[in-house]
Design a protein around this ligand. Structure first.
Ligand code: URA
Length: 195
């Protein structure tokens, strides 16, 4: 049996029991990543919201519904991808996680998670993940781009929540996820990059 399963389970346990920052005091549940550990793509969002805090599962609220629909329309099954967050506990009132929370949580959890998953591509969902993973601002400059920073390749798109009241962003987000699908499934010329 794949011992990555054990390692990911132990990462999840560490997340659930984590007391490394003050978000542990206000959370109901910590929210470990979830999905298929064999997935070629790992989606990384910002932090859990209310629904995720209540259930302990990432992207199950309104942003999750948008993501799931975009995944389905592109050809992905949610169960065959892996979804996680930069920060694993809900910041009070859904504020953006602060630098200490991001640094502490990514060092303790996300970096290890990515090492174990070793995906072909990391899909960055939104500005917080872009800043946290690549140190880059200006989502509009990088959206739709593939950025190679060994040992990973990253694909940058909007956070699904950013598209809720903006149809134009929603269309772009949906088409980004479709493009990601074709990149991963090898139906596109640029695919050689992913061999
Ligand atoms: N937004 C996120 O960034 N992550 C979630 O899990 C839910 C909403």
């Amino acid at each position: 049996m794949d011992n990555r399963v054990d390692t990911l389970e132990s990462i999840s346990k560490q997340v659930v029991n984590c007391l490394l920052c003050d978000l542990a005091k206000s959370r109901i549940n910590a929210v470990p990543g979830n999905g298929d550990i064999k997935s070629k793509v790992v989606f990384v969002g910002e932090a859990p919201g209310k629904n995720e805090d209540e259930t302990g599962v990432p992207f199950v609220g309104s942003a999750g519904k948008i993501l799931e629909k975009a995944l389905r329309e592109a050809g992905f099954d949610r169960k065959e991808v892996y979804i996680t967050n930069v920060v694993k506990c809900r910041p009070p009132n859904n504020r953006i996680p602060n630098e200490f929370e991001i640094e502490t949580c990514t060092s303790a959890h996300l970096k290890v998670e990515l090492q174990v998953l070793s995906p072909k591509i990391v899909c960055i969902l939104g500005a917080t993940a872009l800043k946290s993973l690549l140190g880059l601002g200006h989502m509009t400059l990088y959206r739709g781009k593939i950025i190679t920073r060994p040992p990973y390749r990253y694909f940058v798109t909007y956070h699904p929540a950013a598209t809720i009241y903006n149809n134009k962003l929603k269309e772009t987000f949906d088409s980004d996820i479709k493009r990601l699908y074709s990149l991963i499934k090898g139906e596109n010329k640029t695919l050689n990059d992913f061999a």
